[in-house]
Design a protein. Sequence first.
Length: 337
Amino acid sequence: MATIKDISKLAQVSPGTVSRALSPDKSEYVAKETRDKVRRVADKLGYKYSLLPKPDKNQLNFALMTTLTLEEETRDEYWRFLRRGVYEAAESQNINIKRVIRMDGGIEPKDFLDYDAILIVGTISKIAIHEIMKFNQNVVVVDGGSYDDDIVDVVDTNLVENTYKALTKMSQKCHKIGFIGGSRHETNLNGSIGNNIEDARTLGYQQWCTINRHQPIMKLTNWTTKESMEATDDLLNQYGNQLDGLLVASDPLAIGVMKGLAKHNVIPGKDLQLVSFDDLEFASYLTPSLTSIWLPKVELGYAAVLHAETLVKFPRTWHVRTILPGKFHYRESFNLD
């Protein structure tokens, strides 16, 4: 029977590294290349190991996977709140979720065979979903963009509907409404960036403009404050005071927009109506305070865990979408009078 020392010798790493690489709780502390090499040697020698923690017999084990890099998650606290909801629900339901698996390093679908369910946060390619579901059918995608061909269970919010509502309300006061947002990038199994897909807010804006015969005035960025400030500068240089409304896809982008407006001495709520998405805590402390559409964040994460738990306990052959609606919080940047 093979031992850790045998694997250590063939893989040319220390026994401690072998032990960590084959541990469900400590493998993240080993470089991916080394981890993969150790596992290949272990498999070759027939060494038995499990990537699952050892829970009590009544505890479910979920894998939490995200397409977001640490930098992207740090930049936008929306995703951190969502992950907090996952952990809160897991604790309340006695579900084991030990760590975050980031896809930017690549994943091996067969590693998820023994989990009870998989939660995927962010935009993953459809090919990757199909590959993962060959090994585990209990997959729930949380805020992953649009999956229209009914391939997986989804927990999301009603971004298109709220985009329509915002534009309809703004059109009562505005003649030219611009939009600043960003595209989503699909993540592949190997961690590479795949196709760009349009965000639901972008699609909603384009569709609303077509239906209502409005000229689309749109700038897409890489979801950074700096780029949204530059986009605002470009729009104002091109349209000047003709632009009297701006819908922005997120509060972090709105900070850059407000800086860009200040550069042109444009006051939100007075010279231009400004509405954003997220309703993060800082929105009410900006000057002027920011009208923003509250999106469920903690709630999305919480609902995803409950959704996955139901999927495990009550198997079915069809897929389900759970939609948590957003709601408007009016402040000074959008004058209701």
